[in-house]
Ligand binder design. Structure first.
Ligand code: RAM
Length: 367
């Protein structure tokens, strides 16, 4: 009897593992628990929350930059988790996606004496001095979405495994290019830690497996997560590489800009990458009329929520950020901190999801 139970459990676990990876999004797995109405703006402070048993305190999130809908969704999730726990959330969207812009925000949060800072790093190393100053002032620091170096953080809240994202993207490029030909990357800023980690993962996968030998990465272009610059960079790629087959944009801002350029120009060049279903729905399709056959992402609200729960657990001393630490992230469930590839630790939200013509209509209204 016992054996039977164990084998049923094992079977369920294996099915879960098989379903993970570049799986199609399912409402059950990826939908936010409920729609949040809170719309974070630059430097928004949430309403005074009732004193809470577990989460009272002030918890800050610093995103990469203002004006990026992905960052707003992430902040929305953060605020939701913090308020649910009875805390006060501070949202800071820096003016530009630079380390300097984030440093001045960190300094102001240190003077406000917040309990924690969750930061989407615009640079891996450049924030270290400021974040160490925050830590010395008793502020619990974690990174979220885009990691800072292990010395600058207690842990990193990662949307999905870095290699896993690289593999999904590399396989998509291979598939869409038909296994051979020129492809280019349209990234965010040249310093962005998350994009650089995904690009490195893609390059490594390509170099280590002969399967990808006939693919030629011609350029990594940077649109700085600005729509106009991303548009200009896409046009430059088209002009400079007449034989280009695929553009991979591992940034929601870049992919949306590139999708519009390619579709408006009826270009034969195809697109994949990481995009918001709400921004990409009109470009997703299997036919010549659409520029993007399919793309990937995770739930940006949930990564924010996980950042909120992680910040509170750190501030309350429930976890220290070491591998093996466990905590409950509201109805997202239980999470365990693990070793990260950069020598620090991280907590991973879950696998990335694939968005294609079969599910994009369902998801475009969610995020
Ligand atoms: C952009 C940002 C963000 C990244 C997504 C995929 O919105 O660069 O950091 O995670 O794209």
């Amino acid at each position: 009897m016992k054996k039977k139970v164990i084998s049923v459990l094992l079977c369920a676990a294996m099915t879960a593992v098989l379903l993970a990876g570049c799986g199609n999004a399912s409402q059950e797995a990826a939908a936010p628990a409920e729609e949040s109405t809170s719309e974070p703006e630059a430097a928004q402070t949430s309403e005074e929350a009732p004193a809470a048993e577990s989460g009272s305190g002030t918890y800050a999130i610093i995103t990469k930059s203002a004006g990026n809908p992905y960052n707003e969704k992430e902040a929305e999730g953060f605020v939701k988790a913090v308020e649910e726990m009875g805390g006060k959330a501070i949202v800071q969207h820096p003016e530009s996606a630079t380390a300097d812009a984030q440093i001045s925000v960190i300094q102001s949060l240190i003077s406000q004496g917040v309990d924690s800072i969750a930061i989407a790093g615009n640079d891996v190393n450049a924030l270290q001095a400021s974040l160490e100053e925050a830590a010395a002032a008793g502020i619990k620091v974690c990174s979220i979405d885009s990691s800072v170096n292990p010395e600058s953080r207690l842990t990193h809240v990662n949307q999905a495994g870095t290699t896993e994202i690289g593999q999904c993207l590399m396989d998509a490029v291979y598939d869409i290019a038909g296994g051979a030909g020129q492809w280019a990357i349209l990234s965010a800023t040249s310093q962005a830690a998350n994009q650089n980690a995904w690009i490195d993962a893609m390059k490594k996968i390509m170099e280590e497996d002969d399967k990808y030998a006939n693919l030629e990465l011609v350029e990594v272009a940077y649109g700085d997560d600005e729509p106009q610059k991303s548009t200009d960079q896409t046009q430059a790629l088209l002009a400079n590489y007449p034989d280009l087959k695929v553009i991979c944009a591992p940034t929601t801002v870049g992919i949306a800009a590139a999708a519009k350029v390619l579709q408006d120009q009826k270009s034969p060049v195809k697109l994949t990458g990481l995009g918001l279903p709400s921004e990409m729905a009109e470009y997703i399709g299997d036919d010549d009329a659409h520029s993007c056959p399919y793309m990937f992402l995770w739930n940006p609200i949930d990564i924010g929520r996980l950042g909120g729960y992680t910040s509170i657990a750190l501030a309350k001393g429930e976890i220290g950020g070491a591998a093996g630490d466990t905590f409950t992230a509201g109805d997202l469930g239980n999470y365990t901190i693990v070793e990260a590839g950069d020598g620090g630790t991280e907590v991973i939200l879950g696998p990335p999801y694939k968005f294609d013509p079969s599910n994009i209509e369902e998801w475009k209204t969610v995020y």
